[in-house]
Design a protein around this ligand. Sequence first.
Ligand SMILES: Nc1nc2c(c(=O)[nH]1)N[C@H]1C(S)=C(S)[C@@H](COP(=O)(O)O)O[C@H]1N2
Ligand SMILES: [Mo]
Length: 321
Amino acid sequence: MNIACAFHHPLPESAVTPEAIFWNRRRFIRALTLATTAATFPACGSKENASQAADVPLPARASDALYPASRNVKFQIDDRTLTPAGIAGRYNNFYEFTTDKAAVARLASGLTIDPWTLEVGGLVQKPFQIGFEDLVTRFPMEERIYRLRCVEAWSMVVPWVGFPFARFVEFCAPLSSAKYVRFISFHRPEEAVGQREQAYPWPYYEGLRMDEAMNELTLMTTGIYGKPLPRQHGAPLRVIVPWKYGYKSPKSIVKIDFIAEQPRTFWNDLGPNEYSFLSNVDPDVPHPRWSQMTERDIGTDMRIPTLKYNGYSEFVASLYA
Ligand SMILES: Nc1nc2c(c(=O)[nH]1)N[C@H]1C(S)=C(S)[C@@H](COP(=O)(O)O)O[C@H]1N2
Ligand SMILES: [Mo]
């Protein structure tokens, strides 16, 4: 595990790619995005271009009718621009597929997302399994515009669609002995090349304290930009925890357990000194290898100050007082 740790950790973008090359590549990707949104069909029919041009269609599901959901105006971001869908959807961290952000959308296109079963276990009145379609029709859906801040010092502002995780917790009827929630993502090496080829401790696992899980910001997320989640964003079901670094927002969840002890988490196991269990966004606590004082907005390419709790102090500061 510690050997893997030495070689595989999220690096700041500037460490992964020299800045000059990076900026050029971004312009190239942006040009590509503009070119392909203008035309319904890619001009060139090669497989490579077709897969870059648009997301592989999602399976038609009854839950498609839930979109778009009405916006909850309590969660708006006034001081930043919404990140274009074509940028957010081509700059993903999803190591089950690849560490190459620009290639995630293409490599994730083979993930089977329908049917999808969520298993709920641990300290609940009665463990159960529920199909995704059954689950989503039980909760009122809403849209929320949130900031998302990756530990690598980039960020975006996107409209998620989902329902408060607190409603889901109530639905699960946890016992009073449940103090933490643990999330487990899918494990399907046959569909996820990164799970075949990269020596990480699959499946991805994350966790929250119960009070964090119940906070009104924590969103069970099934959509983005007024549509069902595309695979690269964690279809069909993920959690968004906007005051924490992005890796605390696990994708494509298949199991949720209520437990008494603090769960281990994927990135904390890989780099305990670099990725804490709490991982609240904090400009004053540098990552051991880079500053967290600023971040690059991937939509505008602007470097902006990082905000304590990612700008959500009014909602969460009391949890850590
Ligand atoms: N299962 C799983 N969830 C994950 C990750 C991952 O590699 N696997 N990456 C995390 C990281 S580091 C970030 S920044 C966000 C990125 O979400 P996005 O691609 O939808 O922007 O997903 C998080 N959730
Ligand atoms: Mo991240």
